[in-house]
Write a protein that binds this ligand. Structure first.
Ligand code: ADP
Ligand code: ASP
Ligand code: MG
Length: 597
């Protein structure tokens, strides 16, 4: 029997009428002959209000009690939803996370799902009931109530869709789909018809609050199609699906995102020797701080500048940790800026960054916005700007990529019957029709491969003034010369000067150098002998340990890291060409990858 998971967010269950409207949607699907599992969030602003209340009582509320408190919001919603469905004449039953055996680790307020037992849900579904499950919550192995982190009901819903082998997961919210950027900040934003898991994963982790990024990790891992749509209309929303079903020809950028509450830390004059980067980030990972952008320049005078960003709320603790670590490795000092924001563009169509970089940097320059840091991944470019310029920067890039215009290349309506990629269904037990419980660690990190690219060269400009416009000029010339750019890295300036590095195919290195030499930015150096190494996976950023393990393994083998670029799905580093193969073997060993990866 077809099975559908429907998730209703806070605004969609805010009052009795909205709960009844949501109940009618579930009943509609049920009457079409589908089995229906409904996942609900806490009503309206309940979670925010509970957090405020806790803070009035305790300056640092203990995390275990916080989970006990916050989980009540969802418990209220499930009971009311079950009553609503029953009042409309359809049998329904509500469950808490604990009652369906949604078992997590013990990291209170940010727990990860280990496994979910499906027996009780399947029993109720087979009895003809609509099953209502509290989102955002679970229990650890000692029966403590845990929560999955803010916005975590999306993750509960997609995880249930995965273990139950649902045909799709519908996310009902207060917007009618995923937009090209947050419509509250840029009113001209448009709805996206279809987007790939990787693009959505990047957008969600770069600040698009519409979906919890961990829910997309699940969807990708288990091939669950997600339909994000409005609770208040029947319009088709946005399908988040496999790449083969989402690709559009001729479109470079799919969406833009803003993370406005970031803080930047720079460690000055870090000795350029193997293992140093590792000890720095290890101390941060041990403090359970999630590091966002990491940028390391090409070294000069035997030292490198390393900058990274964290959530602004984590700044004080990060500084305490980093100041100690910086002393230990013999760095010259630590600087920071508390009020920065990150603006990113994402799109499968930017396999090379040349055109996208040019347009993004030029448009920001025209708006008078200075770029402090640049980092790229295969499908995104992120820049760090002053927080007061953040909204203008987002609007500027949104317009520059015509994201406010009608999309080209639209598809026929998506349907789970026409998809080209089928989901990885969990094991079905043919005898009695139940679905076997997935093994331990559903949300465990999956590293899918390590890649070595020995075809590129690195170009560095050493005297780029810290003023708007230079990055735009550089990439205009690079684009005009027809050079393909892969990684781009720019760190914050020291004494008003920064350096900008990028990688290009080795045979285009001379062309690139000639193209940018005329700008008058001092010495341009080409390092032809580089190797780029990448570790690929899902959820690389939220699992803070990956970068640390990667840097540690390379450091242990005496391999020096020249450049770093990170994203949600990949971490890239550049090393000397001669060390590429050893580094590749080392990464395969550390992440237990087999020969073909
Ligand atoms: P829910 O309570 O239903 O989970 P959320 O508030 O978590 O709803 O998510 C919906 C909100 O996400 C929208 O109201 C919108 O302001 C915001 N948002 C941010 N980025 C985007 C985007 N790219 N597309 C759509 N909405 C976005
Ligand atoms: N109620 C939780 C929150 O507000 C979970 C969710 O809504 O997804 O973060
Ligand atoms: Mg949400």
């Amino acid at each position: 029997m077809p099975l559908l998971v429907q998730k209703f967010g806070g605004t969609s269950v805010a009052d009795a009428n909205k709960i009844l409207a949501a109940a009618r949607r579930a009943i509609q699907a049920h009457q079409k002959g589908q089995q229906v599992v409904v996942v609900v969030s806490a009503r309206g602003h309940t979670t925010d209000e509970l957090i405020e209340l806790a803070k009035e009582i305790h300056d640092h509320p203990p995390a275990r009690e916080m989970d006990m408190l916050l989980s009540t919001g969802e418990q209220i919603s499930v009971a009311l939803m079950a009553m609503a469905i029953q009042s409309l004449g359809v049998p329904a039953i509500s469950f808490t996370g604990a009652q369906i055996g949604l078992v997590t680790d013990s990291f209170h307020t940010k727990a990860r799902i280990r496994n979910i037992s499906t027996e009780r849900m399947i029993q109720a579904l087979n009895d003809g009931k609509v099953v209502i499950v509290a989102g955002f919550q679970g229990i650890d192995q000692d029966y403590n109530i845990t929560t999955l982190g803010r916005g975590g009901s999306d993750t509960s819903a997609v995880a249930l869709a995965a273990v139950l082998g649902a045909d799709a997961c519908e996310i009902y919210t207060d917007v009618d789909g995923v937009y090209t950027t947050d419509p509250r900040v840029v009113p001209e934003a448009r709805k996206i018809d279809r987007i790939s898991y990787d693009e959505m994963l990047e957008l969600a982790s770069l600040g698009a609050g519409v979906m919890h990024s961990r829910s997309i990790e699940f969807a990708k891992k288990f091939g669950v199609p997600i339909h994000v749509r409005s609770s208040f209309s029947d319009a088709v929303g946005t399908w988040i699906v496999a790449e083969a079903d989402a690709k559009r020809l001729g479109v470079m950028v799919t969406g833009a995102a803003l993370a406005k509450d970031e803080a930047r830390i720079t460690v000055h004059r870090v000795p350029d020797r193997p293992g140093v980067v590792h000890s720095l980030f290890q101390s941060i990972a041990e403090a359970h701080i999630v590091v966002d952008m990491i940028v390391q320049n090409v070294a000069t005078d035997g030292t490198a500048e390393i900058s990274f960003t964290v959530d602004a709320a984590d700044l004080p603790e990060t500084l305490r940790t980093v100041e100690n670590a910086a002393r230990a490795i013999g760095a010259a000092g630590v600087a920071h800026q508390a009020e920065v924001a990150k603006v990113s563009v994402v799109g499968l169509g930017m396999r090379t960054h040349t055109g996208v970089a040019k347009l993004m940097f030029e448009s920001l320059a025209q708006a008078g916005i200075n770029i402090q840091m640049i980092t790229t991944s295969e499908i995104k470019i992120s820049v760090l700007v002053d927080r007061p310029s953040a909204a203008l920067a987002l609007r500027t890039v949104h317009k520059a990529f015509d994201l406010d215009r009608e999309a080209q290349g639209v598809w026929p309506p998506y349907s789970v019957d026409t998809r080209t990629v089928s989901p990885n269904r969990p094991m079905q037990d043919a005898e009695n029709g139940t679905v076997a419980t997935l093994s331990q660690g559903m949300e465990e990190l999956v590293i899918s491969g390590a890649e070595l690219d020995e075809t590129q060269a690195c170009v560095t400009l050493f005297h780029v003034p810290d003023q708007p416009g230079y990055a735009g000029q550089v990439f205009r010339r690079i684009a005009d010369a027809g050079v393909f750019v892969d990684m781009i890295v720019q760190n914050v300036s020291t004494a008003g000067i920064t350096h900008l590095s990028f990688t290009v195919p080795r045979e285009q290195a001379e062309l690139a150098t000639r193209a940018v030499s005329g700008i008058g930015l001092g010495e341009v150096r080409v390092e032809p002998e580089i190797a780029k190494l990448s570790v690929l996976g899902v959820g690389m950023r939220t699992h803070t340990g990956v970068a640390t393990r990667m840097f540690g393994a390379l450091g242990d083998r005496g391999i020096n890291i020249v450049l770093i670029n990170t994203s949600e799905v990949r971490i890239n580093v550049v090393t000397d060409l001669g060390q590429g193969k050893v580094a590749h073997d080392c990464l395969r060993e550390v992440f237990a990858l087999n020969e073909s990866s």
